[in-house]
Design a protein around this ligand. Structure first.
Ligand code: ATP
Length: 358
C-alpha cells in the first residue's frame, strides 16, 4: 500500500518572508493520481520536493504506506521522480539512461535489460535505445525520463511539470498516453502543473493551491463545477468562470443585475437583501436572439468562432461576460442578444470574502 498522508506541512525558505507551504494537509489513496495545481509561486513544487525528500519541512509530517518518511533521505523513500527539465545523462545511450536506477540498485544485468525493454516498448522508445539523448526529439527525451522513472517499481511517482517543455500538440498526445501508462501501472502519483486543463484531464483528485495553501481539493468535475471560491473559479476553466455582481431582493425571490431581474434559486432565500456575486460558466449560459421570459439582455462586444462553438464577449449592465453559443449562432458586435441561466448551474459567492455561499 502506498497511500500518502501529509499533515500540517509548513515550509519557509531561509530569507523567505512568506511560507512556501502553509499548514498543508492532504490524503492520497493508494494508486490515486493527484494533481497539485496553482499559479507560479503557490508552493506546488515545494510540496512535491518535500514528498521527494529534497526539502525538509519546518514542521508537519509525511507518511507513505503508513511509514513516517518526513526526514528520510530521498533514496530511502522508494519514490521516483520526473522533472520538467529532462535530466537525462547526455553522453549515455537511451538504454543506459532508462536502466540507470536499476543499475544503482544493483539489479542483475539480464533483469535490467528485460525491464528496459518493457519500459521502452511502453513509451515507444524501442527503436531509439542505442541513440544519445541529443539524437532524440524533445518529446522522445521526455519519454526517456518517464521510462527511467517507471522501471524502478517505486511506491510513488512524483512528476513536476513533465510536459511543459513540449509543444502544444505533442503535449496533448503525450498527456493521454501518460494517463494510460500510469493507470495501467496503478502507481500512486503526485503531479505538479500550472496548466488547469492538464490537471482536469489527468487527476483523480485535484488540489488547487494558492499562497502555500490548498484552496480546494476535489475531483476534476467538482473543482470545475463548484469552485469553493472565486480564485478557484477564475483559475480553472478556459474561459474562466464569469463573475457578475448582483443583489438579492428583500423577499429573496429575485436576483437583480443592474436594471434586470432573474429568478433567484431557493439557496438565496438565506441571503435576502444582500449584495452577492453570481458565478456562471460560459457554456452554462444559453443565448438567443429572441427574448423568452426570465432572460436578460446583453450587448455583443466580440464574436470569436472557435469551430465547435462561438465564443461571445458580451456586456450586461456594464459587466463583461464570456458566453458560448452553438457554432450556427449568428450575431455581430452591437447587437442585443438574450441570455438565460439555469438555476442548477449558477454558483454564488460572498462579495466580501469571495467564498462560495452555501
Ligand atoms: P512554479 O510553478 O513557478 O514552479 P510553485 O507553485 O512550484 O511555482 P514553489 O517553487 O514551491 O512554487 O515556490 C513557493 C514559494 O517559495 C515562492 O514564493 C518561491 O519564491 C519560494 N521559493 C521556492 N524555492 C525557493 C528557494 N530555494 N529559496 C527561497 N525561496 C524559494
Amino acid at each position: 500500500m502506498a497511500d500518502i498522508s501529509i499533515s500540517n506541512l509548513v515550509k519557509t525558505y531561509p530569507g523567505g518572508t512568506e511560507r512556501a507551504t502553509d499548514d498543508v494537509s492532504l490524503e492520497i489513496a493508494d494508486g490515486d493520481f493527484t494533481v497539485l495545481l496553482g499559479p507560479s509561486g503557490c508552493g506546488k513544487t515545494t510540496l512535491l520536493r518535500m514528498l521527494a525528500g529534497l526539502e525538509l519541512p519546518d514542521s508537519g509530517s509525511i507518511s507513505i504506506g503508513g511509514r513516517d518518511v518526513t526526514y528520510l533521505p530521498p533514496n530511502k523513500r522508494n519514490i521516483s521522480m520526473v522533472f520538467q527539465s529532462y535530466a537525462v545523462f547526455p553522453h549515455r545511450s537511451v538504454r543506459y539512461n532508462i536502466g540507470f536506477g536499476l543499475q544503482m540498485a544493483k539489479m542483475p544485468k539480464s533483469d535490467i535489460e528485460k525491464k528496459v525493454q518493457w519500459a521502452a516498448e511502453l513509451l515507444q522508445l524501442g527503436p531509439y535505445l542505442d541513440r544519445l539523448p541529443a539524437q532524440l526529439s524533445g518529446g522522445q527525451r521526455q519519454r526517456v525520463a518517464v521510462a527511467r522513472a517507471i522501471v524502478v517499481d517505486a511506491d510513488v511517482l512524483l512528476m513536476d511539470e513533465p510536459l511543459s517543455n513540449l509543444d502544444a500538440l505533442l503535449r496533448l498526445n503525450f498527456r493521454s498516453e501518460l494517463k494510460k501508462i500510469v493507470q495501467d501501472l496503478g502507481t500512486t502519483t503526485v503531479y505538479v502543473t500550472h496548466d488547469q486543463s492538464e490537471a482536469l484531464s489527468l487527476g483523480d483528485q485535484v488540489a488547487v493551491m494558492r499562497k502555500g495553501r490548498i484552496a480546494q481539493l476535489g475531483g476534476p468535475l467538482d473543482v470545475y463545477d463548484a469552485p469553493s471560491d472565486r480564485f478557484v473559479g477564475g483559475f480553472i476553466g478556459s474561459p474562466p468562470m464569469n463573475f457578475i455582481d448582483a443583489a438579492v431582493t428583500a423577499d429573496g425571490d429575485t436576483l437583480v443585475v443592474g436594471d434586470q431581474k432573474l429568478m433567484a434559486p431557493s439557496l438565496l432565500r438565506s441571503f435576502k437583501a444582500s449584495d452577492i456575486v453570481l458565478g456562471v460558466r460560459a457554456e452554462n449560459v444559453a443565448v438567443g436572439t429572441q427574448r423568452s421570459s426570465g432572460d436578460i439582455a446583453a450587448t455583443v462586444l466580440v464574436v470569436e468562432p472557435m469551430g465547435s462553438t462561438v465564443l461571445l464577449t458580451v456586456d450586461v449592465e456594464g459587466q463583461t461576460l464570456k458566453v458560448q453559443a452553438p457554432p450556427t449562432f449568428r450575431t455581430a458586435p452591437h447587437q442585443t442578444i438574450w441570455l438565460s441561466f439555469s438555476p442548477n448551474t449558477m454558483r454564488f459567492y460572498d462579495r466580501e470574502t469571495s467564498m462560495a455561499l452555501e
